[in-house]
Design a protein around this ligand. Sequence first.
Ligand code: GDP
Length: 330
Amino acid sequence: SRKSKFAEEDLLQRLLNGNKTALGRAITLVESNQFSHRKKAQQLLEDALPHSQNSIRIGITGVPGVGKSTFIESFGSYLIQQGKRVAVLAVDPSSSVSRGSILGDKTRMENLVKEENAFIRPSASGNSLGGVAKKTRESIILCEAAGFDVVLIETVGVGQSETTVHSMTDFFLLLKLAGAGDELQGIKRGIIEMADAIVINKADGDNIKAAREAKLEFNRALQLYPSKESGWKPKVALSSALKQTGIDSVWELISEFQATLKENGYFQKNRKEQNKFWLLQTINEHLKNRFYRNPVMKNELEIQLKAIENNEITAFAAADLLIEKFENLD
Ligand code: GDP
């Protein structure tokens, strides 16, 4: 209707003016699974996209307790002092699996939340990491269209969530703690490989010495990894999110990264690669949903699962049969 068309233009306009309420509403629209909302969201994203380029997307990960929210609070406040506008999004697969959320509780980042130039949004909910990720990715575009030039995407290392966040960010920051000389144990090797910087947090008080040692150790370990396609050599830094030290050097490091990769073209190249990847991901997610949510296919799948249980058919033959059925649905 005419009235709702006006309302949508208004939402876009207010979004582009940097209005945080409009941004919140736009993200809610994107997160909605309702069909009519999906259409509106798609239009809004399309309109927002040309306005969403000038930003840096930073992924932040680390185990619970490492200090992610404290770090984001300090780092975010620092960036706002530098004249930036900072958006914080979260990818938290735990909130979609169980009811509890590792990241999402409201008391976190109490100071940052009060800043005019900060926007904080807890994790989208969804029944798959793919679904949550898609919404987060679309939310990034909306944040950027609303003039947020630093987007922080936080995740806790559950399942594939780091890989997912890595695939939607320009810079990937791994927060670590110094401790017990086992720094290199218990971390998934892949995460180190993804990291553009390892920041050893809680480098304060009695911890400083251990943190410095951990820095040396990580620097040594990083030598063993193959160099990145971008030419960037991952850096190790120390921070105290609590005492707010080392925060400025983390930003310096990211600025250096940005300058280097924009100069050699990899920054833009990487974003294009990510877009292609997300196109494929979106198709995969969509096809999967269409298959599994189709009532006919649900029924057929049950039948084949039983047949497999009774050794009446092989998994491959059953899959062929189901896919053929699916292709012939109309
Ligand atoms: P998250 O689970 O990774 O988000 O971690 P939090 O930010 O909630 O921090 C966990 C605990 O570590 C809290 O009690 C923080 O106050 C504390 N903490 C965070 N950063 C630092 C730091 O730099 N130094 C010290 N000493 N404590 C910190």
